[in-house]
Design a protein around this ligand. Structure first.
Ligand SMILES: *Cc1c(COP(=O)(O)O)cnc(C)c1O
Length: 395
């Protein structure tokens, strides 16, 4: 069995022969450019001058006092251009694609956040861009479809399967096999076949590279826990990465439990899934009794994916990171709580991490430190949360 790109037993390259050339070309290019000074200088410039990095590490004093335990810091990825951590990965991959001589980006998107980020990078770097989006999602996220078009991208509705994110991923992979000469597939999370989980992780690792230095500057020591939400797992692995060797730092990933892990309406992959092979990788997936990928549910469209990145699956297996389920209800409460207490409206995805911190912080001593990654801002979620509370407002 293929041993490249393994995280323990997970990861690998489970792909059709037709994708092998594109994947090999990408791997070779990445191996070269990741150590290229000019590439890294250009990427750092894009991060700092365009995306607004470094993002703040903010001491949430009111939140800390209200919860009455550990000192809480927020890593503010919501302040990045386009409103989330997704721009980190997209700028990295778009620049890499450009160096490889590609002129066209394709991407999949669920809620539309990754599609908008990719369309943004394509506009900036003067590349063509086509985004695949489940037809169901194009209806639910009409505003993001408009944004992508405004940025100069084409949006292709995908009608296969459940017409949602997993089908958009499959379609983007299919499109890539048809047109690899000028096209790069800009994958949106730490998933898919090697080298994607490594590439995306390296670009997102800027989060923990910064936060580690920032907390050392502010507190003179490392945090006791780092908490992030997990969909595919890119903001979480980026938040964890530079702390993995520091055994004293608890790494906690918050999965979307939806209506609860004892129901079928959940997206908590590590907590309810089983090992399988899908979308080019071995990892944990939500599956039905026949081993088919199960439909998943969460109030948060960004966490609504039936798999998890292979490096998370491995960190779970070896006990280095913990994966905890957080329900819709808990996330909505945290969404409202952080807004009220700190004046920061988090993405509903990020609110899953806030919700777990609200449980954990009061159990910890006052000299302990928690960092929560706020992966994105919550403006996009306001209408849906209002609806959840029974109030109908127009978007
Ligand atoms: C897409 C998204 C996520 C989930 O993706 P990961 O790859 O797990 O990080 C989380 N938060 C926000 C704000 C997102 O847009």
């Amino acid at each position: 069995m293929e041993s490249k790109g393994r995280f323990g037993v997970h990861g690998g390259q489970y792909i059709p022969e037709t994708l092998m050339n594109a994947i090999n070309e990408l791997e070779k290019a990445y191996e070269y450019y990741k150590n290229d000074l000019e590439f890294n200088r250009e990427l750092t410039q894009l991060f700092n001058e365009y995306a607004g990095r470094p993002s703040l590490l903010y001491y949430a004093e009111k939140l800390t006092k209200e919860l009455g335990g550990a000192k809480i810091y927020l890593k503010r990825e919501d302040l990045n251009h386009t409103g989330s951590h997704k721009i980190n990965n997209v700028l990295g991959q778009a620049l890499l694609a450009k160096k490889m001589g590609k002129t066209r980006l394709i991407a999949e998107t669920g809620a539309g956040q990754h599609g908008v980020a990719t369309a943004t990078a394509a506009a900036l770097l003067g590349m063509e861009c086509v985004v695949f989006m489940g037809e169901e999602d194009t209806k639910r996220q009409a505003l993001n479809v408009y944004r992508m078009k405004l940025l100069g991208s084409d949006v292709i509705p995908v009608t296969t399967g459940t017409a949602t994110l997993k089908d958009a991923v499959s379609e983007a992979m299919r499109e890539w096999t048809k047109r690899i000469s000028d096209t790069h597939y800009c994958l949106g999370s730490v998933m898919g076949p090697h080298p994607f989980p490594t590439i995306v992780r390296d670009f997102q690792a800027v989060i923990s590279r910064e936060s580690r230095q920032q907390i050392l500057d502010k507190e003179g020591r490392l945090p006791d826990a780092v908490i992030a939400c997990v969909g595919g797992g890119s903001n979480a692995i980026g938040s964890f990465y530079h702390y993995i060797p520091d055994e004293s730092v608890r790494l906690i990933g918050c999965e979307a439990a939806g209506r609860g892990i004892d129901t079928f309406e959940t997206a908590a992959t590590v907590n309810t899934g089983r090992i399988g092979i899908f979308h080019g990788m071995k990892s944990y997936f939500c599956q039905d009794e026949y081993g088919q990928i199960a439909p998943v549910y969460s109030i948060s469209a960004g966490l609504d994916y039936p798999g998890v990145g292979p490096e998370h699956a491995h960190l779970h297996d070896i006990g280095r990171a913990e994966y905890v389920p957080v329900t819709d209800d808990e996330a909505v409460n945290a969404f409202e709580y952080l807004s009220r207490v700190e004046g920061i409206i988090p993405a509903i995805e990020s609110a899953h991490a806030v919700a777990y911190a609200m449980k954990l912080a009061p159990t910890m001593d006052k000299e302990k430190i928690i960092i929560i990654t706020i992966s994105g801002r919550g403006d996009k979620d306001c209408a849906a949360i209002a609806r959840y509370r029974g109030e109908d407002i127009y978007e």
